[in-house]
Design a protein. Structure first.
Length: 333
C-alpha cells in the first residue's frame, strides 16, 4: 500500500499545483484568499471524518485534549497555512514551472535550522547539496529578472519583488513548520501534544492543522462579508461588461466560475489524506518520492496543460534545483 499512497499523493499534489495556477488569476485581487478559503473548507471536512473514524475524540477528555492540541499546534499550523497562502499569491504572477521548484527547496532549509537551533551537524554532502540548490535558485532569480523574462517590466518593480518573493516565503515558512514538527510528532513520549500515542500522534497533529485551516476559512468569509467581496466572482473589476454578465448567472454557474480553485482544494486534500498513511509506512522513501515527484509532475503539466514556455537557461537552473531536491531527499534515507 505504501507505493499506492506515495503515487496518489504525488499525482494529487502535482495536479493541484496546476489548478492553483489556473485558479489564481492576476486581476482577481483576493484570489489567493479565496483559494485559502476553499482549501480550508475541504480540509475541515476531511479532518472531521478522520477525527470520528480514528477515535481521536474517544475517552472522557478526548474533545478537551483536541481543543488543547489545536492551540498547542498553532505555531506549526500557522507556518504551513501562511506559506500556502503566499504560494497562491505568487502563482498569480509567475510561472508554476518556476514557483514550484523554488518552494520545494524548503527541505534544504530544515538541516540549516537543525544545525543552528539543535546543534546538529550537517554532513559534507548535505552542505554540498544545499550549495547546489542555492546556486540553482540564484540562477533562476537572475534569469527571471533580466532580458525577455524581466518581471519588473511586466509587473512593475514593487509587485515583481513581492511576486518573486512568495515562493521563497513559502520555502522558509514550510521549513519552519517542518522544523517545529520535530517537537510535536517525532516522539509521543516527549511531544507537546496531549492524550496521544505513537499510533495517533500524526493523525492528531494533522487534524489540528486542518481544523485551524478551516477556522481561517471562516475568518476569510467574515472578512469578505465586511469588505463586500463576492466569493464566486472572477470578473475583472475594470471590465463592466464582465461584471454585468456575472450578475445574470445562476448560483451554480457562479460556483462553476471557481472550478479551478475548488479542484485545487480537492486535489490538495486528497494528497494530504494519503500523505499521512505514506509517512506512517515509510518516511524516508516518502520524502524522496514526494519531494521530487511533485515538482516533476507540476513542471511537466505546466508545459503540457498551461503551455508555459521557459528559456533554456531557466530550465537548466530548474533542473539543478530538482537534482538538489532529489539528492537531499536521498541523503535523508
Amino acid at each position: 500500500m505504501l507505493w499506492f499512497f506515495l503515487i496518489f499523493s504525488t499525482l494529487a499534489w502535482g495536479i493541484a499545483e496546476i489548478y492553483y495556477k489556473k485558479g489564481n488569476i492576476a486581476h482577481e485581487k483576493y484570489a489567493h484568499l479565496k483559494t485559502t478559503c476553499f482549501v480550508g473548507i475541504f480540509m475541515g471536512i476531511y479532518a472531521l471524518v478522520i477525527l470520528l473514524s480514528q477515535g481521536l475524540l474517544s475517552g472522557p477528555d478526548g474533545f478537551k485534549n483536541f481543543l488543547i492540541n489545536i492551540v498547542r499546534y498553532l505555531p506549526v499550523s500557522a507556518c504551513y497555512i501562511i506559506s500556502m497562502t503566499c504560494s497562491y499569491f505568487g502563482v498569480r504572477f509567475i510561472e508554476e514551472s518556476i514557483s514550484d521548484p523554488i518552494e520545494n527547496t524548503s527541505g534544504a532549509v530544515v538541516p540549516i535550522l537543525c544545525a543552528i537551533f539543535l546543534h546538529q551537524t550537517m554532513s559534507a554532502w548535505t552542505i554540498v547539496v544545499v550549495v547546489i540548490i542555492v546556486i540553482g535558485i540564484l540562477g533562476v532569480g537572475f534569469v527571471e529578472n533580466t532580458g525577455k523574462t524581466d518581471l519588473k517590466k511586466k509587473l512593475g518593480k514593487k509587485l515583481a519583488i513581492w511576486a518573486f518573493a512568495m515562493p521563497f516565503c513559502y520555502a522558509l515558512l514550510d521549513a519552519c513548520g517542518t522544523f517545529l514538527d520535530i517537537f510535536y510528532v517525532d516522539d509521543a513520549s516527549s511531544t507537546f501534544l496531549v492524550g496521544v500515542t505513537e499510533d495517533t500522534i500524526e493523525h492528531m497533529a494533522n487534524c489540528c492543522y486542518e481544523f485551524t485551516f478551516f477556522f481561517i476559512s471562516i475568518g476569510i468569509l467574515i472578512f469578505f462579508k465586511i469588505k463586500g467581496v463576492k466569493l464566486f466572482s472572477v470578473a475583472d473589476p475594470t471590465n463592466e461588461e464582465a461584471i454585468a454578465h456575472e450578475a445574470t448567472l445562476t448560483w451554480y454557474q457562479k460556483v462553476y466560475l471557481q472550478k479551478d480553485k475548488l479542484l485545487a482544494a480537492l486535489f490538495e486534500t486528497m494528497g494530504q489524506a494519503t500523505y499521512i498513511f505514506a509517512l506512517s509506512e515509510g518516511e524516508g522513501i516518502a520524502a524522496v518520492i514526494l519531494g521530487a515527484g511533485t515538482v516533476i509532475i507540476s513542471v511537466i503539466l505546466s508545459r503540457v496543460i498551461l503551455k508555459e514556455k521557459l528559456s533554456w537557461k531557466q530550465y537548466i537552473f530548474i533542473f539543478i534545483i530538482l537534482g538538489g531536491i532529489i539528492a537531499l531527499s536521498l541523503l535523508g534515507l
